[in-house]
Design a protein around this ligand. Structure first.
Ligand code: MG
Length: 451
């Protein structure tokens, strides 16, 4: 892979391959740009378990200190733990060092603002402008920042989660749980949370060394080990996280992974009747969420893809709950961040209160089938290809807030430009797998025909 191809500088942050494009010089520059952008002040940093984390961390600390920032390093912990620490420590911002579900050789910086939410696209553009101009704030010898280590972030996160749920009810249920942290950032804090909730835990892949035993994206194809662990241990539920522990996927009591959309659906079905306000999710989240909103008399608001888009809308609208269909549960009562730990606690409370198996809870709403696909299209051809799809569906119920989404009474199709790769993503949901596949195939053919 060449250096240009393995480096991605975008509004989602900066990502690259260690040993190729993600150089210390680049990291120092970005840290200086961020220190300049936030005009110094306190910055919280933390990282996932990737072995490259230490190199990245040291480069980032150097850049931040040089701009006069005070650095608080919360060490190896989930991204939502870092986001929570930014708020709790009244910091000016934060940097999460993680490439999330990307393979081991990748690492990345994600930039967090003072309210714990990631920079939105406008703010990210401003930061990129500072980076490209290269006029960084330079502290004098006496004005350089200091760095200190804060080991309390995980404890604070666990406590905040325990305070939000009925921990006694969950403890009394003595729930049997299987857990797969993929040797990622959740490896230490998640077993501790489950312990505090009185669960009987069968944990696999909880060595925080960043050596991923399977691809770290928690999609059904990667959950074989967890499914096995559920069956072996007789667990009532299996939980899987990605490498930075913001996303959560489930395996049911029969060892079957229902797909990440069920994480969000179960969480919203539990939370919506308990908190005022609409449910806020992105355009690609399952229609199950609309059904759940209707059932509880709530509005369902749809936003463009991306955690920050959901989070900002949720904050503005006073949302009760929501997130992203890829297993990203957001509970505003805790913070406006995708958080697997609060997701776990909410689903455990749901199991404890209902005294029903997970499969019964999932049968409370209609089942749909989602098919996800993507097609490589050169960046400059993407608008033309999207227009081709729009034209093919002229006169139908179209939503153009992020690519094009076509809504039918029992199904939908969403075709959009990826935020991270030169591809067009195609997602369809329908009552049957055949119909979802057909919608997807038709869209792929339309894109191909656009030339
Ligand atoms: Mg992630």
């Amino acid at each position: 892979m060449n250096t240009i191809k393995s480096l991605k500088i975008s509004i989602s942050g900066v990502r690259g391959v260690v040993g190729e494009s993600l150089t210390p010089q680049l990291l120092v520059d970005f840290a200086q740009a961020f220190g300049t952008y936030v005009r110094s002040g306190r910055i919280v940093i933390g990282r996932d378990t990737r072995p490259s984390g230490e190199m990245v961390r040291n480069a980032v600390v150097g850049g931040l200190l040089a701009t006069g920032c005070e650095v608080v390093d919360v060490g190896v912990c989930p991204v939502p733990t870092i986001q929570l620490a930014v708020e709790r420590l009244a910091a000016a911002g934060g940097i999460a060092i993680t490439a999330s579900h990307n393979p081991e050789q990748w690492n990345a910086l994600k930039f967090i603002r003072s309210d714990g939410i990631f920079l939105n696209s406008y703010q990210a553009e401003e930061l990129l402008e500072v980076y490209h101009q290269g006029q960084f704030r330079m502290a004098s010898a006496r004005g350089l920042g200091r760095v200190r280590f804060d080991p309390t972030a995980a404890d604070a996160h666990i406590q905040a989660v325990l305070d939000l749920v009925d921990a006694d009810a969950i403890r009394a249920a003595r729930i049997r749980v299987a857990l797969d942290c993929c040797n990622g950032a959740g490896s230490e804090v998640t077993p501790r949370l489950l312990d505090a909730l009185g669960c009987q835990v069968h944990a696999i892949n909880v060595t925080p060394d960043g050596r991923f035993p399977h691809p770290p994206e928690p999609v059904p194809d990667n959950l074989g080990q967890l499914a096995e662990a559920v069956k072996q241990s007789g667990a009532q539920v299996g939980f899987a996280q990605d490498a930075d522990a913001d996303r959560l996927a489930l395996v049911d009591e029969n060892g079957h992974p229902p797909g990440e959309d069920y994480t969000l659906a179960l969480a919203c079905d539990f939370l919506a009747p308990r908190h005022d306000g609409p449910i806020v999710v992105n355009l690609s989240a399952s229609r199950m969420i609309d059904d759940i909103a209707k059932k509880h008399g709530r509005r369902c608001i749809r936003t463009p893809i991306g955690e920050v888009n959901v989070a900002e809308r949720m904050k503005r609208e006073g949302g009760s709950c929501g997130g992203e269909g890829n297993g990203g549960v957001i509970v505003p009562a805790l913070h406006y961040c995708r958080d697997s730990l609060i997701g776990i606690a909410v689903i455990l409370q749901s199991l404890a209160e209902s005294r029903e198996p997970l499969t019964s809870l999932m049968q409370r709403f209609p089942a749909y089938h989602i098919v996800k696909s993507k097609i490589e299209v050169p960046s400059d051809r993407i608008p033309h290809a999207l227009k081709h799809v729009v034209d093919a569906h002229e006169g139908e119920d179209l939503d153009l807030t992020d690519g094009v989404k076509i809504n039918w009474p029992d199904s939908w199709l969403h075709v959009r430009r990826s935020n991270t790769e030169p591809v067009i993503r195609v997602i369809a949901e329908a009552p049957t797998p055949d119909r979802a596949q057909r919608l997807c195939d038709e869209a792929l053919a339309q894109i191909a025909a656009a030339g």
